[in-house]
Design a protein around this ligand. Structure first.
Ligand SMILES: Cc1cc2nc3c(=O)[nH]c(=O)nc-3n(C[C@H](O)[C@H](O)[C@H](O)COP(=O)(O)OP(=O)(O)OC[C@H]3O[C@@H](n4cnc5c(N)ncnc54)[C@H](O)[C@@H]3O)c2cc1C
Ligand code: HEM
Length: 508
């Protein structure tokens, strides 16, 4: 390890030859003599700054994280000079306007208490520490490793993904938040912090098991089944997925064709399921099947006759998206979830919460895009001045900020309602607003993605470097507009729910 020293600008300027080349970035001094031949941008641009201050040129072309990755080339700092640029540390909240929820930037809010602030601070740090591993897994398309999943389980973050409920009681969540205090604001924070990883495939691989499928067992499984499975799933030892959609039918859930024939002691299942998140590596499948008098839900264990094949999508294979076939699979009566022929209720029961997650994520990803674009527009120089000096660019940022803030505020309103309503009231009053907000949030994300792409230019289409989060957003933003109820279905459901409550005596 190099011993860091202090230098004067004059001393640095004496190291300006190709074989002995130092540069200054902010108040740090880097020795580029060895790195120059390996520099991805080539030797020429560095030579131009030999012995000089390269701060502005550097930040026009690199993300800050490059400096952390290559910190081994730092040899010291400038004597008696104060750094002008803050290097973000793990756990730091941003100070860029609109880069965090307003309550977390010093604005007043009726919603958040000390435990929300503690939870967010602790979770930001945990997620930052795991971010590099998460991004690596996501770009490689790997199955999230057992070690990685167990790290999340150790902080009870698999359980947190299920949302508030008795499964959290007795647990201490990050920020010393007792599971009994965990509410829908903590829940929203969970999904937003994980969404900031910029690894949407990997996140889906985790939430597919926890947020959308485990509730079927927790809420409708027989006590013995729960006692056996839940500890295995919450500790990350086993994984599960929700298998409803088929090649023949998606939005129209009632038309599924997978059949479960009643036999002595159980059912024999035949059929196919498509796009099953986590399916590639799931041990269990909460599966919607057609039984004699309706739809039923069965918990099917991976066994002979169950086959999963990966489906390549525009996000990472870490999501485990799979085509699942069941061929003469025996499922014991003990694995029936809920009441026979009334499985539709099980299917519908978790939709509000699943959609709440699918709203929180785009708001966070879009907010991240606001921060990326704001920073980029301030530091990128075009036609001799920062991009932000162009009114057209400021207008794009304005649209992005307004979209994010309006969706965030509505999400907080919904979280508040969920905290104060029992399940039946939520089902009655919130299905419509949640559907409309999901529709609104994914439309907002569409606009944010488009504007962010134009602000970043070519870098928005480049998988590494300055625009990598915007490239990821461009490629993956459509997922939340389709999963868990597509935009068209959400908009329609929202208005139909409102029509049901339309007063018979109302006239213009
Ligand atoms: C990556 C990925 C992961 C998924 N994970 C899971 C999972 O884990 N488990 C699971 O069960 N399913 C999963 N799904 C399936 C997902 O829920 C469905 O794709 C979704 O419900 C839409 O169904 P569909 O794709 O068959 O579209 P279709 O139902 O065929 O609809 C096609 C298009 O027509 C529109 N449309 C349909 N009906 C109407 C209407 N009445 N009015 C106006 N427009 C309409 C829809 O909005 C859609 O855009 C996943 C899908 C994807 C792509
Ligand atoms: C500590 C010093 C530096 C390090 C560690 C470093 C590292 C890197 C890395 C990792 C990349 C690839 C980024 C990507 O994924 O797109 C890169 C690209 C580049 N670097 Fe550097 N660099 C340094 C200093 C400089 C300096 C001083 C200049 C001079 C202006 C420079 C000019 C460039 C250019 C032109 C590119 C290509 C950018 C693009 O394709 O958009 N680098 N550098």
């Amino acid at each position: 390890m190099v011993e860091l020293k202090t230098y004067t600008r004059e001393e640095v300027s004496r190291h300006a030859a190709e074989e002995d080349i130092w540069i200054i970035i902010d108040t740090d001094v880097y020795n580029m003599s060895v790195f120059i031949d390996m520099h991805p941008g080539g030797a020429f641009p560095i030579l131009e700054y030999a012995g000089k201050d390269a701060t502005e040129a550097f930040y026009g072309l690199h993300r800050q994280e490059v400096l952390l990755k290559y910190k081994r080339y730092k040899i010291g700092t400038l004597a008696d000079e104060t750094p002008q640029i803050k290097i973000r540390q793990h756990g730091d909240n941003s100070t860029v306007p609109y880069a965090e929820m307003s309550a977390f930037m010093g604005y007043k809010s009726p919603y958040y208490n000390d435990s929300h602030f503690r939870y967010q601070a602790a979770l930001r740090k945990i997620c930052d520490e795991l971010k590099a591993e998460a991004q690596e897994c996501d770009s490689a398309g790997d199955r999230p490793s057992d070690e990685f999943v167990k790290k999340l389980a150790a902080h009870h973050l698999l359980a947190a993904h299920v949302g508030p409920g008795p499964w959290l009681h007795g647990l201490m969540l990050p920020g010393n938040v007792p599971g009994t205090e965990f509410d829908y604001f903590h829940d929203m924070i969970t999904h937003q912090e994980f969404a900031r990883w910029g690894a949407p495939g990997l996140v889906a691989g985790i939430t597919g098991g926890m947020t959308i499928s485990l509730p079927t067992v927790l809420n409708y499984g027989k006590p013995e089944l729960k006692a056996e499975l839940v500890p295995l799933l919450l500790s990350g030892e086993k994984r599960m997925s929700l298998a409803i959609t088929e090649p023949y039918t998606g939005s129209d859930v009632a038309s599924i064709r997978t059949v479960a024939k009643k036999v002595e002691g159980g059912y024999v299942v035949n059929g196919v399921k498509k796009w099953i998140t986590t399916g590639r590596f799931a041990h269990y499948f909460a599966t919607a099947v057609r039984t004699e008098k309706g739809i039923s839900m069965l918990l099917i264990e991976r066994q002979e006759g169950v086959e999963t094949k990966p489906i390549k999508t525009s996000y990472s294979q870490s999501a485990g998206t799979a085509y699942v076939t069941f061929e003469n699979v025996f499922v014991p009566d003990a694995n029936l979830l809920g009441i026979e022929h009334q499985g539709f209720r099980v299917v519908l029961s978790n939709f509000n919460h699943e959609r709440f997650m699918l709203i929180a994520q785009p708001v966070a990803v879009s907010r991240n895009a606001v921060e990326e674009c704001f920073k980029w527009a301030m530091q990128r120089k075009v036609f001799g001045k920062p991009l932000i000096d162009q009114p057209v660019i400021r207008n794009k940022l304005a649209k992005m900020i307004a979209g994010v803030e309006s969706c965030q505020t509505w999400t907080e309103n919904i979280a508040y309602q969920m905290n104060h309503m029992k399940y039946a009231e939520q089902a009655d009053k919130l299905a419509g607003p949640i559907a409309l907000l999901k529709f609104h949030a994914t439309r907002m994300m569409h606009d944010v993605s488009d504007e962010a792409c134009q602000i970043f230019g070519g870098r928005a289409l480049t998988k590494t470097g300055m625009g990598k989060y915007i490239e990821d957003l461009q490629r993956t933003y459509k997922f939340n507009a389709i999963l868990g109820g597509s935009e068209e279905i959400m908009a329609d459901l929202g208005v139909r729910q409102a029509m049901k409550k339309f007063p018979a005596d109302a006239r213009l």
